[in-house]
Design a protein around this ligand. Structure first.
Ligand code: FES
Ligand code: FE
Length: 428
């Protein structure tokens, strides 16, 4: 179908009920619309406060394709500044992260304070009266809305819209469940990110995280490796569920399996009491035994927070779309302040799954690339997402629950997608 790059667009031509047209993953016009609507109007995850904890700390990220600097200014404010010089639009800050009081443009040396204001212009005598009048306005542009929840910093490039809390909705509980793993109620994501360059559309990378259907096939080698020692005693009847949380958020919740298996369970990412008694005691002292049990045994679900953040037990992933068939996924281990023994274990496990040679992300990356290769074929043009429609049960809060291999999360994702991507894009 013809997809206009400005104005409104009837998305029902490409997302019908439980079918998504292949062009949704390949069309440059659709990608353009996604950047203008999802990433330039809505809330997007950009960084965690622990990464810019000190005044002067900064890091560079993207919101969609807009490069930004997340900067902890000398006035104590964390800002999201567009990474662009106001002179000739050069990308101002070229390091991934650091600590600085100012950013100097590599092109002609204009220098900006870490609060974004223009501090110095070399050889300024060359500019006349007119320039003096506008100089005040030549600071770095700033994301008009920045807010955080549980240390997770989100930004919106639109001056108006729903609040972050409204945006997060039922997904706020997912962040709470991660924070419950910390005796101080705070987590740390500052130990660095593992970067994976996917040759796949960003949506395939994102939705794969809540696809409970692929694991036994895509990750068969992992199951073969761990089954004899570790999962042979999983009771056959325990029920993992997937949920469409609304607003594009969704999750796979394994807690029923974990609850049955209790403290003995040594599944990936779980923490048996015997191995880390001092951590468990610290958690019990802070939260009490019942909440500690839930935090450790039930644990956080695998939750996708629309559009680009994914929390899975003690891993956090966020995704930056680069092009229709190019995406970068960043993964970090959740570090618990003051619990170094636990943290070493978490980081090694995280590297094992999501590092450059990680056994999960390598499989998923390969699958994503093959998806994109398959999409190059003309037929079939419509992709299927109706699995589990019969098992969907909507509860009183509007959350849709279904069996673990249902495509319920993806249906929620594309319902949100359709409601956003068809919106009016002003001709600029
Ligand atoms: Fe930055 Fe000229 S483009 S100083
Ligand atoms: Fe996978």
């Amino acid at each position: 179908p013809e997809v206009p790059t400005t104005g409104a667009f009837d998305v029902s031509t490409i997302v019908k009920n439980h079918r998504v047209h292949g062009s949704v993953y390949t069309s440059p016009e659709i990608f353009h619309r996604e950047m203008e609507t999802i990433f330039r109007t809505g809330w997007v995850y950009v960084a965690h406060e622990s990464e810019v904890a000190e005044e002067g700390d900064y890091l560079t990220r993207r919101i969609g394709r807009d490069p930004v600097v997340v900067s902890h200014g000398k006035d104590g404010v964390i800002r999201v500044l567009l990474n662009r010089c106001s002179h000739r639009a050069n990308r101002l800050c070229n390091a991934e992260s650091g600590n600085a009081t100012s950013f100097r443009c590599p092109y002609h040396g204009w220098t900006f304070s870490n609060d974004g204001s223009l501090m110095a212009v070399p050889m300024r005598g060359g500019y006349g009266e007119e320039f003096a009048k506008v100089r005040e306005q030549l600071g770095m542009a700033e994301a008009p809305r920045v807010d955080s929840y549980g240390g997770f910093v989100f930004a919106s490039l639109a001056p108006e819209g729903i609040s972050l809390k409204e945006h997060l909705g039922a997904a706020m509980g997912a962040i709470d469940r991660v924070l419950d793993l910390s005796p101080t109620g705070k987590i740390d994501l500052s130990r660095g990110w593992m970067k994976h360059h996917h040759h796949a559309n960003w949506k395939m990378v994102v939705e794969n995280n809540v696809d409970g259907y692929h694991a036994l096939f895509t990750h068969a080698s992992v199951y073969d490796a761990i089954r004899p020692a570790k999962v042979s005693h999983v009771p056959a009847k325990v029920k993992t569920v997937v949920r469409d949380l609304g607003g594009g958020h969704s999750e796979i919740d394994y807690s029923a399996e974990y609850r049955k298996l209790d403290e003995e369970f040594v599944w990936y990412g779980r923490i048996p009491r015997a191995k880390l008694p001092e951590y468990v005691e610290a958690l019990e002292a802070a939260h009490g035994p019942e909440k500690t049990h839930d935090a450790l045994v039930v644990g956080p679900a695998h939750t996708l927070i629309w559009p680009n953040l994914f929390l899975a037990e003690m891993n956090v992933m966020y995704v930056e779309p680069i092009a229709t068939d190019e995406t970068i996924a960043y993964t970090a281990a959740v570090v618990i302040p003051g619990q170094e023994k636990l943290n070493q274990r978490t980081m090694r496990r995280s590297e094992g799954a999501m590092g450059p040679a990680g056994f999960l992300i390598a499989d998923d990356g390969e699958i994503g690339m093959r998806n994109q290769a398959g999409l190059a074929a003309r037929n079939p043009e419509w992709l299927e997402l109706s699995r589990g429609l019969e098992t969907d049960v909507t509860d009183e809060t509007g959350i849709v629950n279904s069996d673990k291999s249902a495509e319920t999360p993806q249906r929620g994702f594309y319902r949100q997608w359709a409601s956003v991507v068809g919106q009016e894009i002003p001709a600029s």
